[in-house]
Design a protein around this ligand. Structure first.
Ligand code: DGT
Ligand code: CA
Ligand code: CA
Ligand code: ZN
Length: 562
């Protein structure tokens, strides 16, 4: 859709919301929503349509046509601006909260005088919201969760977004040598701001940054902070001689830095971002590389993903860090969707993409047909797909494994019968509905799925969508217990929107010898490249190749999971 058409649809929709917040006539509100909906479905740009064309669209009359013409001419329309004037801007921000629509906003405003997110938070915390009709304890809790999510979303970016910004900054830095640092370099699943250090000088770099900045926050000789594509970037200019300690410092984490400094100090060495001072002599020793710093301290270099003060410092001093998995260890992708369900790739394309990626196998795991899951497969279609896969595998060096992402339904039963699951190479079971069930009910759904012999992997075990949906309330301790007992693998879903399990639980699972499987959950070819995000999470969870199922050869994999 072109920009103008999108803007017309958005503003009409927005007008409907404003009227609803004001508590206006339902008929009038609906007229705006309906018009917005029709326009968002237009196959042609709205600016090229005549008045007669517009009037010919169902649900668009003279009144709305005039508004549309105003938007095309002026970018907005008078009535909207008037209505907007009468509503506090902070009130409109509430519409960004998950589960809060115009009707709710209207009630909160008119009946409780709530106009800001802070007002709403206070009302929910002090249990005043339940006085409203249709509000209870549950709804209060949901609202508090939504507020928390909204605040996080405003501040932290996902890995994909962070990668795009780093690429943009890299292109601006051109030939200047630089490294990323901070949470980005450590591979944390979400990134607050992007930290970069370079040996190039501020005089050279600052003008280049200005060219890509939405806004310069603070420009200087030692550091410059700016906003790029809406997110904060901190650049630190460093002398080549001090680069090693500066990169170490800026990479963090803070907890890692603090603990490492304490240990260094206990050995008579004062470590900071400029170098190491040995107390007695008092000279500052400098280091050009991180490796040189680690070597001087008597440590094995600690990979950035491990730098969280979770025991890695002690292990590095005794030269006993765990071996970490690498991207090249991955033999295949254990979660991919085809166009048999809601994916875009045909089975042929899956095989071809798998070959191009150098994979030995790909698990085709389409959704099962269950209520609420888009284009899921019936038992019959699963069979049909199996035949097709068999045919394709005859000529492909990358084997497509037959599988399914079977839905764990609200009652804990699976979306397909055991007879169907038993015929497949690998079965992923995932929750896609009933997220708000009680902790115990939800946990038991997962346990029951794991106890089914046909289930090999639990998909995206906590159900979180970063910045959008919190994890469902599940007792991970019990899930790990049963995963260990039943030899069910837990997924590291590599989608940058999920990263589920995250590093903390991955480490727990790994420490208990529970199997882990990395899957991209790709619905299109580009998403197959998200494997790297899953590998990074595995590394942060201290996993070596042996801890991850899809580092195995095909025969070994199938042997382990029957
Ligand atoms: P973020 O941006 O919230 O995702 O997390 P980080 O880890 O990138 O944190 P950030 O950007 O505030 O700081 C970058 C690095 O600077 C951090 O990883 C370690 C170092 N650092 C920041 N604050 C402190 C501190 O108070 N003490 C020490 N020792 N290091 C710090
Ligand atoms: Ca940062
Ligand atoms: Ca920073
Ligand atoms: Zn899923």
């Amino acid at each position: 859709m072109d920009d103008t058409t999108r803007r017309v649809a958005d503003l009409l929709q927005f007008m409907g919301q404003l009227l609803e917040i004001r508590g206006e006539d339902a008929f009038k509100i609906r007229a705006y929503y309906r018009a917005a909906d029709q326009i968002s479905r237009l196959a042609q740009p709205i600016s090229g349509m005549s008045e007669a064309d517009l009037l010919g669209i169902a649900g668009i009359g003279k009144h709305i046509t005039r508004k549309i013409q105003e938007i095309i001419a002026n970018g907005t329309f008078r009535e909207l601006e008037e209505v907007r004037q009468g509503i506090p801007a902070t009130l409109l921000e509430l519409l960004n909260l998950e589960g809060v629509g115009p009707k709710t906003v209207s009630k909160l405003w008119q009946q409780m005088g709530i106009v800001t997110i802070e007002d709403l938070e206070k009302a929910a915390r002090s249990h005043r919201l339940r006085a409203l009709r249709g509000f209870g304890e549950r709804k209060e809790q949901d609202i508090l969760k939504s507020i928390e999510m909204y605040r996080q979303k405003g501040t932290r970016m996902n890995r994909l977004e962070a990668d795009r910004i780093v690429a943009r900054v890299a292109s601006a830095l051109k030939d200047a040598p630089f490294d990323t640092a901070g949470s980005y370099r450590r591979g944390v699943s979400t990134v607050g701001d992007i930290d970069i250090t370079t040996t190039a000088t501020a005089a050279v770099i600052n003008p280049r940054l200005r060219a890509i900045a939405d806004e310069i926050i603070d420009e200087g000789e030692k550091r410059t902070s700016f906003r790029c594509q809406g997110q904060r970037v901190d650049i630190r200019f460093t002398k080549p001689a001090e680069y090693g300690t500066m990169l170490l410092y800026l990479t963090g984490s803070k907890e890692f830095n603090i603990h490492l400094r304490e240990i260094a100090l206990s050995r008579g060495m004062k470590l900071n971002e400029y170098g190491i001072e040995e107390r007695r002599g008092g000279v500052l020793r400098t280091f050009e590389t991180e490796e040189a710093v680690f070597a001087f301290l008597g440590m094995t270099p600690v990979p950035p993903e491990l730098r969280e003060n979770r025991g890695e410092i002690e292990r590095a001093f005794i030269h006993n860090l765990p071996p970490l998995i690498e991207r090249a260890d991955i033999q295949g992708d254990l979660h991919v969707h085809s166009d048999w369900s809601d994916g875009q790739m045909s089975l042929e394309e899956l095989a071809r993409r798998g070959e191009q990626a150098g994979y030995r196998y790909l698990l085709c795991s389409d959704h099962s047909a269950t209520l609420g899951v888009a284009h899921g497969l019936s038992a019959e279609r699963v069979k049909g797909q199996g035949k097709e896969i068999e045919r394709i595998n005859r000529t492909s060096s990358c084997t497509i494994l037959t599988g399914i992402e079977v839905d764990i339904m609200a009652d804990g039963n699976l979306g397909l019968p055991n007879t169907v699951l038993g015929d497949l190479d690998l079965v992923i079971a995932s929750i896609h509905s009933g997220f708000k069930q009680e902790r115990d009910v939800l946990t038991r759904r997962l346990l029951k799925a794991m106890e089914n012999d046909h289930v090999d992997i639990i998909g995206h075990p906590t159900g979180r969508l970063l910045g959008e949906r919190p994890p469902y309330d599940v007792d991970l301790g019990r899930v790990l217990d049963v995963a260990a007992d039943t030899h069910t693998a837990l997924e590291i879903n590599a989608s940058p929107y999920r990263l589920d399990l995250d590093d903390g639980p991955v480490r727990q699972a790994r420490d208990r010898g529970i199997r882990l499987a990395i899957g991209t959950d790709a619905h299109d070819p580009a998403e197959l490249t998200h494997m790297i995000y899953g590998v990074t999470i595995a590394r942060r969870g201290w996993c070596g190749p042996a801890d991850i199922l899809n580092t195995r050869e095909l025969r070994d994999l199938l042997g382990a999971t029957t």
